[in-house]
Unconditional design. Structure first.
Length: 493
């Protein structure tokens, strides 16, 4: 009789395991991850279904979470604390995929497909002779992890390019260091923590080196580069933002810039002008001071490179009536300026006057680059007078990159990709790289590259002679760069 307690405990464990397995149903990995979670049991459930509760897989997941004591939300609403976990149900035809992530940092805790991937079909093998069997033992098979699918012949539309190549990190910007499609390109990727040098050849991505910033807690904004064709000297700079947060003051974003000096395999960082944003436009350096309650204040000033440092001039540049980011010079006289409605206007840099016929009528979409906070001199209130109603800062987004060619034409991003409605919508549409040119009578846009089913964050052009033949795109599944990142080749049609 002394063994009875042990038998009872064993029976209880078996019953608990059986009940938990039944509760897991078709989602055992998700159920196990929910069971292991030690934090607050707050779950946000996302689904592409118009009526989430009408979906049988979603109801099963919902019942499973409720059985485990979770408080489940179907919408990102409420005045209480946010959900600790996010469970997203994705659909592709008859297949369903559930992804469980940690809300704080987006870390994936579990991934499960329903129905599961079918097992591989057995392949019948004819009996081999003794000699053949012995030879098979001597020759080792190729590693499965290194095997690639058998290529399939497809019609070449003239713009078929390799990729996309998934990235482990989430870069914000990129710059070309050298190379081309035939031999591979060396790229510099900008992240919040610093810089990564990689080599991309087709779909083969080889990391080369990493450089960490001397200052922590920054956000990547952009890289800028300029090449002197006479000396083949490449000048690079990188700009990051420091978000200074105060409980009663709000958030204020201040710039940190570095001149990037590359010597062989070494990458050195030299600090740029303090409290100023810098650019390399038209092959020259420019800067504009960060204002106290304005993102940019004062005139745009020229910068000249001397050794490993920038030298600031005092005479302002004619800048076409825009700030440092609104206007991009295309030659010594004219520039492209972003208008408040998001369209482009050709302007005379010296007089700030628009060029007749210089408005681009085609829609470039709503592109929102990295955001910068500007603290308000006097806080504003949305509706009431409570703490939650006060607005202490304004956020401004940077425009997309404009890369100017020697003939005065330019390339930029057309945002045609939509993230869809929260919970209900799916991403749709395509982003693409477009070419802008002044014909003498009007500003026109051409589409020399195929569109991509992702959000273009940045790009770098590949030239052969004086002609752009390809580009490498920095893509992300989300427009703010918080999703999965990719590198993608596109070839000019």
């Amino acid at each position: 009789m002394k063994k009875c307690p042990h038998i009872i405990i064993l029976i209880l464990l078996l019953l608990a395991t059986t009940g938990w397995t039944a509760m897991a149903g078709n989602w055992p990995k998700i159920a196990a991850a929910l069971q292991r979670w030690q934090g607050p049991k707050e779950l946000l459930l996302r689904s592409p279904e118009a009526d989430p509760l009408a979906s049988a897989p979603l109801r099963e997941i919902l019942e499973m979470a409720l059985e485990q004591g979770y408080a489940v939300r179907l919408k990102e609403q409420g005045t209480g604390p946010g959900a600790a976990l996010i469970l997203e149900l994705q659909s592709e035809g008859e297949r369903r995929q559930a992804v469980l992530t940690r809300a704080g940092d987006g870390a994936i805790l579990a991934l499960e497909r329903h129905p599961a991937d079918p097992p591989p079909t057995p392949v019948a093998v004819a009996p081999a002779s003794v000699a053949t069997a012995a030879a098979a033992v001597v020759v080792p098979p190729a590693p499965v992890a290194a095997a690639l699918p058998t290529p399939v012949a497809v019609p070449d539309p003239g713009d078929l390019a390799p990729g996309p190549v998934a990235l482990r990190d989430r870069p914000r910007s990129l710059a070309l260091l050298g190379g081309g499609p035939a031999t591979g390109v060396e790229l510099l990727l900008q992240t919040d923590e610093g810089l990564q040098r990689v080599n991309l050849h087709g779909i083969d991505l080889q990391p080369l080196s990493r450089t960490t910033l001397p200052v922590g807690g920054l956000r990547a904004l952009y890289l800028d580069g300029s090449k002197d064709e006479s000396t083949q000297t490449l000048t690079l700079l990188g700009v990051w933002a420091e978000d200074r947060r105060g409980i009663y003051e709000g958030t204020d974003s201040w710039p940190h810039s570095w001149l990037l000096a590359i010597d062989g395999d070494n990458l050195a960082l030299h600090a740029g002008p303090p409290k100023a944003f810098v650019r390399l436009a038209g092959g020259r350096g420019q800067m504009q001071v960060r204002g106290t309650h304005r993102l940019l204040d004062g005139p745009v000033l020229p910068l000249s490179l001397q050794g490993r440092a920038w030298r600031q001039a005092t005479s302002p540049l004619p800048w076409g009536g825009g700030d440092l980011f609104e206007t991009t010079p295309i030659n010594d006289r004219h520039g492209l300026r972003w208008r408040p409605d998001g369209s482009l206007q050709l302007v005379v840099m010296a007089t700030e006057h628009p060029v007749t016929g210089g408005v681009l009528l085609q829609d470039l979409g709503e592109f929102h680059g990295p955001r910068l906070a500007v603290r308000l001199a006097n806080p504003e209130y949305r509706a009431g007078m409570g703490k939650e109603d006060v607005v202490r800062e304004r956020w401004q987004a940077l425009p997309p990159r404009i890369t100017v060619q020697a003939d005065g034409s330019a390339f930029t991003i057309q945002r045609g990709r939509s993230a869809g409605l929260p919970l209900l919508g799916k991403p749709s549409g395509q982003d693409r790289l477009v070419h802008l040119a002044w014909t003498g009578q009007r500003l026109v846009m051409q589409q020399p590259f195929a569109g991509v089913d992702a959000h273009i964050l940045d790009f770098t052009l590949i030239t052969e002679g004086n002609r752009v033949t390809a580009a490498v795109l920095l893509l992300n599944e989300r427009p703010d760069g918080s999703g999965q990142a990719y590198l993608q080749w596109v070839l000019r049609r």
